[in-house]
Design a protein around this ligand. Sequence first.
Ligand code: NDP
Ligand code: GDR
Length: 369
Amino acid sequence: MSKVALITGITGQDGAYLAEFLLGKGYEVHGIKRRSSLLNTGRIDHLYEDPHEVGVRMRLHYGDLTDATNLIRIVQEVRPDEIYNLAAQSHVQVSFETPEYTANSDALGTLRLLEALRILGLEKTTRFYQASTSELFGKVQETPQRETTPFCPRSPYAAAKLYAYWITVNYREAYGVFASNGILFNHESPLRGETFVTRKITRAAARIRLGLQKRAYLGNLDAKRDWGHARDYVEAMWLVLQHHRPDDFVIATGRTHTVREFADAAFREAGLPLRWEGSGVEERGIDGAGEVRVLVDPRYFRPTEVDLLLGDPTKAREELGWTPRVEFEELVRTMVEEDLNLFRRELLCRDAGYSVCPSLEERGPRAPR
Ligand code: NDP
Ligand code: GDR
């Protein structure tokens, strides 16, 4: 009998890698997707199987972390061996603009899932993984950060995730749920959402190289992050739930870089090495031909910033046998390469007379077929 997993947030970066990983391990995978006016399954379309066929191993269910009855019904129907709670309003800066919604989905959403387990009598049988985050450390009290480092959240997102962290610990202690937190540091990939800084940079570097864009506008270039590859990190999620006891683990590379260093590496990879001039809001990145390619725009500064994240993954290495495989340089190279390919395809379409984003008029009867 294959194990059954339920992934919330299956349409996101991590959900896509995790679904592929679990299918590869022989799991039956169920995922929760939100209804949206456009299809939002682009990251998992390659895994899709026609639900009318027999022996289908991946199924999607409409749902939302803000809807308790819907979550109870899905958990009741699926009766998963493992739940991976990855769904969240995951953008730190957006959480300052949508703090209540972020709390509802990220904090209360986690509670709703844990309660669903209790209501359905599954608290002793279903294992629960909570997508916790290095943002919990916030205003850092200790470097590198480890499982025992005190938390000090610096955003509505981090405050909501703090509740989710502790309610997961509480359901473990109070009701004996096999519930664990993975405290994951930033992890990226070619599937990363376009408004997170790494993908914003690799897209811009590729587009500028191909003449599709002139420059990129970024916020705080001095922020430091411990960046790994999402493919490595979803394996850690699985290992956390295969451990002999529920516990909390830091997942990180143990190396940190500034946003400026990421931009440096990405533009170099795209064939446009930069030199930096000025400081603060006046800082700019200039290419070999003297063109300004990166400018600072204070609109991307956050009301409160997390300056430095650097994780210590010793516990995960010693207890789970987990180590990251992809180094910073390879991560940047892969992301830039994929974005160059993406925008070369866009150029090919354009040269062949097709708009990638056709206007309504172009979509009308006179559009090329
Ligand atoms: P993404 O933003 O790529 O994906 C988030 C997923 O959650 C999407 O599938 C999204 O659906 C879904 N979602 C958002 N709101 C709701 C809701 N109310 N109900 C149901 N589904 C919802 O995030 P990542 O894949 O990068 O991250 C996965 C998880 O890990 C998140 O919880 C994030 O906070 C956390 N995390 C991420 C880290 C990282 O560096 N990537 C580091 C540490 C923690 P849709 O596609 O429709 O938008
Ligand atoms: P983060 O990721 O906030 O760490 O949260 P993000 O890539 O958004 O920011 C990283 C750092 O870069 C600085 N920055 C910019 N950020 C964005 N988005 N856009 C910019 O133009 C820009 N310029 C500079 C930010 O100020 C910040 O310091 C991610 C998310 O995946 C969370 O869900 C997850 O919990 C944490 O990582 C770990």
